[in-house]
Design a protein around this ligand. Structure first.
Ligand SMILES: C[S@@+](CC[C@H](N)C(=O)[O-])C[C@H]1O[C@@H](n2cnc3c(N)ncnc32)[C@H](O)[C@@H]1O
Length: 317
């Protein structure tokens, strides 16, 4: 089936008018193929760069896609990034379609905060665009709080909390390569990273240790990947995002009045079921206070297929 790229991309661009008319951020998803006519293809804008990510072999269509994007916006760099499931060697699936790679932006900008980017990495380049409203919420709800950022990746959610006045943010992630990327965002935002802001290690090792040491936080960010793998530090076999085990630990680390913000990105439970699981896993020490979802750059009529975010508050017991 021939895909009418020019029409699809132009329509997607016009549907996001509200985003490109805003001067509050320079990055958003330009095309969400899953619901906009080309399953497995997404296009994201970071400043003047566009990233075309594809899971089906659409290499023959890339020139047309590039021209359609340039009709919408004067991108200085357009990169094609094929998933490994395309079955090709890296150099045949990731390459520049337009412009010079040396022009790749080092940072995305959102609500006055900078986030470091690494555009040629095979995984996410550093900023999950569906979580833009989460970063905004954190910037507005972290004043004076000590915040724990779990599964931190490049630290973006904790950095938003800090720029919103958090007293401290502690990032935890098992990946070794993240510290330099987090450091780069701290420097650009004139934040001091100190020596205790990043813990590199397994969450199932560090959370029980923090509980034993009597640590307390006024805010915890819980954004596990869609599939959490079994840890050598825990006997249990995680299911999906493993919220039940993680919340049973997190709720013990939360001060009364503290918030827990959970990001759900699996489609096997409804929002109500996910929230009920969290409350039950906390032994009813949490109550739900707020819910929101991703914005118009991730269109989907089925709310349970979008990123769903729930905020809980620790009840004063
Ligand atoms: C979906 S990303 C989190 C995105 C992040 N919250 C953000 O907004 O940029 C998942 C992260 O979880 C980390 N991770 C996965 N399993 C882990 C574990 N058992 N302990 C610590 N980190 C883990 C991965 O290294 C990865 O960086």
């Amino acid at each position: 089936m021939t895909i009418q790229w020019r029409e699809l991309i132009e329509k997607a661009w016009n549907d996001r008018k509200i985003l490109h008319e805003s001067d509050e951020f320079d990055s958003w998803r330009v095309f969400h193929g899953y619901t906009e006519g080309a399953k497995g293809v997404v296009i994201e804008k970071f400043g003047s760069m566009a990233l075309v990510e594809y899971k089906d072999d659409i290499r023959e269509d890339l020139e047309v896609i590039k021209d359609a994007l340039l009709q919408c916006y004067p991108f200085t760099l357009i990169i094609a990034k094929g998933d490994q499931s395309v079955g090709l060697r890296l150099k045949h699936r990731m390459f520049t379609l337009h412009g010079d790679f040396s022009d790749a932006p080092e940072f995305a900008q959102e609500y006055g905060i900078y986030y470091s980017l690494l555009p040629d990495t095979m995984h996410n380049c550093g900023l999950y665009l569906d979580a833009r409203p989460v970063r905004k919420w954190l910037a507005n709800n972290s004043e004076g709080r000590r915040v724990l950022n779990l599964f931190s990746f490049t630290g973006s959610l904790g950095i938003a909390a800090l720029k919103g006045g958090a007293k401290a943010a502690i990032h935890l992630d098992k990946s070794k390569d993240l510290l330099s990327r987090i450091q780069k965002s701290y420097d650009k935002n004139s934040l001091d990273i100190g020596t205790r802001s990043f813990i590199q290690g397994d969450i199932y090792k560090h959370l029980p240790k923090a509980i034993k040491n009597g640590q307390r936080f006024d805010g915890i960010i819980l954004d596990p990947p869609p599939k959490v793998y079994k840890s050598p530090y825990s006997e249990h076999q995680p299911r999906g995002q493993d919220f039940s085990k993680l919340v049973s630990l997190c709720s013990k680390l939360l001060s009364p009045g503290g918030w827990l913000i959970c990001l759900f990105h699996r489609y096997d439970a409804t929002w109500d079921q996910s929230d009920a699981e969290i409350i039950e896993s906390s032994s009813n020490t949490l109550k739900m206070t707020e819910r929101f979802t991703s914005e118009c750059d991730f269109p989907d009529d089925n709310i349970d297929r979008k990123l769903r975010v729930t905020v809980f508050e620790k009840i004063d017991t």
